[in-house]
Structure formats: C-alpha cells, structure tokens
Design a protein around this ligand. Structure first.
Ligand SMILES: Cc1cc2nc3c(=O)[nH]c(=O)nc-3n(C[C@H](O)[C@H](O)[C@H](O)COP(=O)(O)O)c2cc1C
Ligand code: SF4
Length: 641
C-alpha cells in the first residue's frame, strides 16, 4: 500500500498516535509577552491538527517567567495558565491528533532583551557566540529549584490535557549545556565525569516522572551531532542515547546542532543534503529499543516512507514542512503529492521573523501567523479583479482573491511566470526553490484563474478592462549607478547572468556582496567560467540568513576573490576602478556584473493611481524588499481585494 508505514498507527508508552507524521517543536512567537496562550496560537496549531498530523509537539515551554529565548514564547508555571492550555489540547484532540508539550530552559542561548531583563543563567560562565550576553553560572541551590520547577510544570502539563511531554536536551540549551564538555566547566557534582554531567537530567526526569506517573509519555529531544570545535562526537552520543533509554524516557527525538554550530546544522538550509540526519538516526534506532523520531530537511512523504522502510526511525519529524503546508498529511493520504506546498529551506519567514522577535511566517505559505485573520469564511461579494504582474506577489494575489470568490484575471507581460524569483533558483544550492513556482503555477491552474501571458498593461487597457479592483505587482528593476562607463558593453545585470542571457568568461567582477551578488558569484564560479571577484562596499559579504558561512566556504573553495570596503569609482572596458583602503585600485574585468539592489517599477502604478480609485499594490512595486514580503503582500492584497 502507498505510504503504508507512514499511515500505520504507533505507540509511545500508552499513547497511540494515528500515523507517523510528527510536527517537531517550533517557537512561534504567537503568545503574549507573559507567555500566555493566545487564540492565534491555538488556531495555528488547529490548522495542523486539521491537516492530519498524528503528533504535534508544541514549542519549548518555559518553566518560569524568565526561562525563554524569545519574547512571546509560551510558558507554564502557574495553575491560572491551565485553562488556556486545556483549550488548546481540547481543540487538537477534536481532530484525532495527539499533542506533546516540549519543556526547556534556554540557559545561555537567550539574552536580557527577551527574557524579562535578567542575566542569563548557564552551566558555566561561557557566553553563547550568537547571543553574546555573558551568563552567570547556576548555584547548586538554583539547580535544585529549577528541578522542582520542571516537576511542577510537568504536573500542570498533564492537567492541561497534553498527551505527553518532551524534555528538550538538544540545540545547546541549558540541559544539553550540562552534559557538554564544551559548555560545562563545573567542578562540583554537576560537572566532570559523564555521570555528574547527566545528574541534572536525571533529577529533572525523576521530578517529572513523579508528577506524571509511569503510563504517561515522557520523551527527550537530543542533538546527535554538534559540529563545533569540541562538540560531541557521534560515539559519545551513542553512549548517551543508551543512558536516556535506561533512565526511562519513552522515546527519543533525534536532531542536530546548537546555536554556535558552524554549519546550518539544527535547522538545515539547502546547502545541507535533505535528510542528512537519517544515517545517524538509523544507528540509534538499531541500538535502542524505544521509539525514535528523526527530523531535519525531510519535507517529502515519499522520502519519509522510505526512511521508515529502511528501519531508520519510527516517526518522521517535519517541522518547516508543516509551516509550508499544514495539510501535508491529508494530501499525502489522498495521493496528492503534487499538490503539496513544499518547504524550500529558505528560513526567511520562520527563523527570519523569529530573529526579529516577530511571530513566524512562511515564504511559501503567507497564511502562517495569520490563521485567525485569513479564514476564508466570510466571503465578500464577488468582484472582478485584475492582477498586473505574474511574479510571486501577483500569483499570490490572484490565488487569494480567487479563493475569496472573486473572478480574477492575471496579466503577465513576458512569456513566463515567476518574475525575479526565476533567477533566484539558478545559483548552486537553490534548486529546491523551484518547487515554490511549481506550486503557485499549479494553484493558478487548479483554481482556473484566467492568466494572460505577453500582455503589457497600460492605463488605457486597464481602464477598458473595467475591473472592480486592480492589483499592481509589477516588481522592481535592478539598480544602475550613475558612474562613468555604466553603459559599456561589458556591463551586465545579475539577473540576466543567472538566466543565461549573458555568457561570461575571463576576469569577471561582481559588484555587490549581498545575497544576489554572492549567489551570482557562486553561479559563475561553479560553472568555471573564469576568475570571479566580488566587490563589497561594507566590511563583509552577506548571503542571507545562515547562508553566509556556507557561501563563504563555497567561494573560498572556488577561489573567488572578495574585496570588502570597496567603493566603485568607474567602470572601464577591461577594469573596475575602486577606492579601497583610501587608495585607488584597478581590478581587471573582462565582464562586470551589477548586483546593487533594486528599485520599484512603479510608473504604471503611479499613473493608475491618478486615474482610478480602486488600485492596490503588492510586492516590490511599493518598496523593493525580498521574496517573503512579496508573497505576504501579494496574498494580503488578494485576500482583501
Ligand atoms: C521557527 C523555528 C523554531 C524552532 N523552535 C524549536 C523549538 O522550540 N524546539 C526545538 O526542539 N526545535 C525547534 N526548532 C527546530 C525544529 O524542530 C526542527 O528540528 C528543524 O527545523 C529541522 O527540521 P525541519 O527541516 O523538518 O524543519 C525550530 C525550528 C524553526 C524553523
Ligand atoms: S520560510 Fe522558508 S524555510 Fe521557513 S518554513 Fe517557509 S519555506 Fe520553509
């Protein structure tokens, strides 16, 4: 049978889970600043329960007011918080899904700006490179108090109707800090040998088990690899998984990394192979006798089934895949794998928003974080809607407006849909991004949207069309600086280069070390077209969230020269003249590629706004931004058309 194992129920302790699709913990930042559950938080989880996930694991609950890593992260330490949590679990149970609560303490991986203004506590006084605040090491009395708090929270979690509790021992937070020789420099009974380093986990386990009883699932999340200079090797992780099993945990959720991992380990990007944790997870699965969950870069039900068929795990965690498409299991059950909106591991909406202390969102699914707002329940009176521009903003607008019941026409002036997202899928390690365009185009088809290609919009033909609402999503144009030589034949735009419209070789200089510039440099270096130099005005290149380190590695391996603090003075027929370190330098250049940002293509918008009063804007036409903003603003314009 198709996806047979994925849809076979399985038990953790006494809790039967209807299938093997697991949503691992993800901070949503959707609670209030005191960590209380909001209606939006419940709706967000309800959408997944409705979508068919067997087990949903909540984000990491703090056990006291200051024990959080993000401002709006959930907490549970007071009886008064139980009713709202009960409302959450009751909602999830209506759909036959089970819900485990994850519980943690951030340790050094937080800072006083988000944790209520206190100095972070940790196993030892070693700051997390990412958060920088120097933590204070915990006293033994504080450790005992924290153990008690974990027990108390476990009691409240059971009262709240959760089906199990996952203790967070992964990702470099406080408890993993205790058993890490990298973080733990204690010389008391909580430091030194493995038994001492595990003591706090043992005590917390006992405190929680005493509150919840033996029949209640108590599981742990654990990083198998850390990828840091003195991070834990897999051999030591194998010792520890056995220890956790013997301690009494009912299942292990296997993950990777910590905040200071070199690579994009715990939340992989497209630089890391999909499912890269599976081989190690299989070693664990073969070695211990409690159920395991494996996650990281698994977004495809077929791959998930294959992992189970290989006996590498009992459950499959698909965290970001559940943001990209909360309906993934339901679609998989119907055999509609082609209709799934696949996570593209861009990190822009989920981690990007978290780092700005905003609720999470998703580049490919603008509904995330807006489940209470975008209900599609109250259908406005149907209108005719004209969307101008077939990039991601325009397509999202057309889709949302059609789902609202409007009659939508989409005009695209070229012969392809996708706009500036198309060149973005060509650099190395970006191929996964193409699935988003495939999804959008399929939606246009399924929703039977009238798409007119090669249709240039003018004020006259838009007025003649007579739509009730016009949404302009004409995107942006690449910037072209007013410098000597800018119109020379050897000048090209990055997007043209990525689309193969400008075959280059010899000495190639890319101007701009942002996301587009570095990716274009990778594209050129990968093709071995010549020697590539990147000129960046600031002190460093920036390839985007968690992508800069692997990008730098790639550029170094491909012998790309990076010149920072470089200000271009003029372009010559075979050189770029720059000011660098207060001197004039001449960089040889057979070809020059501009990656210097975008400006809005808003001429039509401005003209239409003077003639019509029913014009909305979406995407870069308002202000050049990024693909996340494009899809979000497009969807919003369509929803409220
Ligand atoms: C926005 C976001 C928040 C996360 N928060 C948590 C968390 O609270 N606890 C946790 O154990 N892992 C957390 N993770 C890690 C995920 O559970 C998961 O291990 C990771 O995203 C890799 O799996 P995936 O490729 O299926 O997304 C978070 C990931 C994301 C994207
Ligand atoms: S924002 Fe990107 S990485 Fe995050 S869930 Fe959406 S597609 Fe995946």
């Amino acid at each position: 049978m198709y996806l047979k194992k994925m849809f076979t129920p399985y038990k953790i302790n006494q809790c039967e889970i209807k299938n093997r699709f697991v949503v691992p913990a993800m901070v949503s930042n959707m609670c209030d600043e005191d960590g209380n559950i909001t209606d939006q938080f419940i709706k967000y989880h309800e959408t997944k329960a409705k979508g068919g996930w067997g087990l949903i694991i909540t984000e990491d609950y703090g056990v006291n007011p200051n024990g959080v890593g993000y401002k709006n992260c959930v907490r549970l330490y007071d009886e008064k918080q139980v009713p709202a949590n009960k409302k959450l679990t009751d909602t999830i149970h209506m759909y036959g899904a089970k819900m485990f609560a994850q519980v943690f303490h951030p340790g050094r991986q937080t800072n006083s700006k988000v944790n209520g203004g206190v100095q972070p506590i940790s196993v030892s006084r070693i700051p997390d490179p990412f958060n920088q605040d120097i933590p204070r090491d915990m006293t033994v009395e504080e450790i005992h108090e924290l153990v008690h708090e974990f027990g108390h929270t476990a009691k409240l979690m059971k009262e709240s109707g959760f089906d199990g509790i996952e203790l967070h021992l992964a990702h470099g937070y406080l408890l993993s800090g205790f058993f890490s020789t990298r973080q733990n420099r204690r010389t008391d009974e909580y430091g030194g040998c493995l038994e001492n380093r595990m003591r706090i986990v043992h005590e917390i386990y006992d405190a929680m088990r005493a509150e919840v009883g033996t029949d209640f699932p108590l599981t742990a999340r654990f990083s198998l690899t850390e990828d840091t200079v003195d991070g834990r090797p897999m051999d030591e992780s194998m010792v520890m998984v056995k220890y956790f099993e013997e301690l009494g945990f009912d299942a292990l959720n296997l993950s990777n990394g910590e905040y200071s991992s070199y690579a994009d380990e715990s939340i992989s990007t497209t630089f890391t192979p999909k499912g890269f944790n599976v081989a190690n997870a299989k070693k664990v699965h073969d070695f211990i006798n409690i159920p395991t969950i494996v996650a990281n870069g698994i977004n495809d039900p077929a791959m998930a089934e294959n992992i189970l068929q290989q006996d590498a795990s009992d459950f499959i965690g698909m965290a970001r895949a559940s943001l990209a498409d909360p309906d993934l299991p339901r679609k998989a059950a119907r055999g509609q794998l082609g209709d799934i909106n696949y996570c593209i591991r861009c990190l822009q909406g989920c981690i990007g928003n978290l780092l700005q202390q905003k609720p999470i969102n998703c580049l490919v699914n603008p509904m995330i974080g807006h489940e209470s707002e975008y209900t599609f329940e109250s259908q406005p009176s149907p209108k005719t809607v004209l969307v101008i521009g077939g990039g991601t903003a325009g397509m999202e607008a057309a889709i949302a407006a059609t789902r609202q019941g409007h009659s939508v026409t989409l005009w695209e002036k070229s012969d392809v849909l996708g706009g500036e997202f198309i060149p973005a899928i060509y650099p190395p390690a970006k191929g996964e991004y193409a699935t988003f365009l495939v999804f959008l185009k399929r939606q246009l088809k399924i929703l039977n949207i009238n798409v007119v290609m090669n249709q240039t919009a003018t004020v006259e033909n838009v007025k003649a069309f007579g739509a009730n609402k016009v949404i302009v999503a004409t995107g942006g144009h690449p910037n072209k600086p007013h410098l000597e030589g800018i119109d020379n034949d050897n000048i090209h735009f990055a997007n043209e280069v990525l689309l193969g419209k400008a075959p280059l070789n010899g000495e190639i200089v890319v101007v701009g070390g942002g996301e587009v510039g570095t990716e274009t440099a990778m594209f050129l270096a990968d093709g071995e077209r010549g020697h590539v130099t990147v000129l960046e005005m600031t002190g460093d290149i920036n390839a985007g969230l968690l992508r800069t380190v692997p990008t730098k590695r790639f550029l170094r391996d491909h012998e790309v020269t990076i010149v920072t603090h470089a200000t271009v003075q003029e372009f010559g027929s075979n050189e770029v003249v720059i000011e660098h370190n207060e001197k004039t330098e001449h960089i040889p250049a057979d070809h020059i590629v501009l990656a210097m940002g975008y400006h809005s293509n808003n001429d039509l918008l401005k003209s239409l706004q003077t003639e019509l009063n029913n014009v909305e804007e979406a995407g870069d036409v308002t202000k050049p931004s990024n693909a996340l903003v494009s899809s979000a603003t497009g969807f919003k314009a369509g929803y409220y058309a």
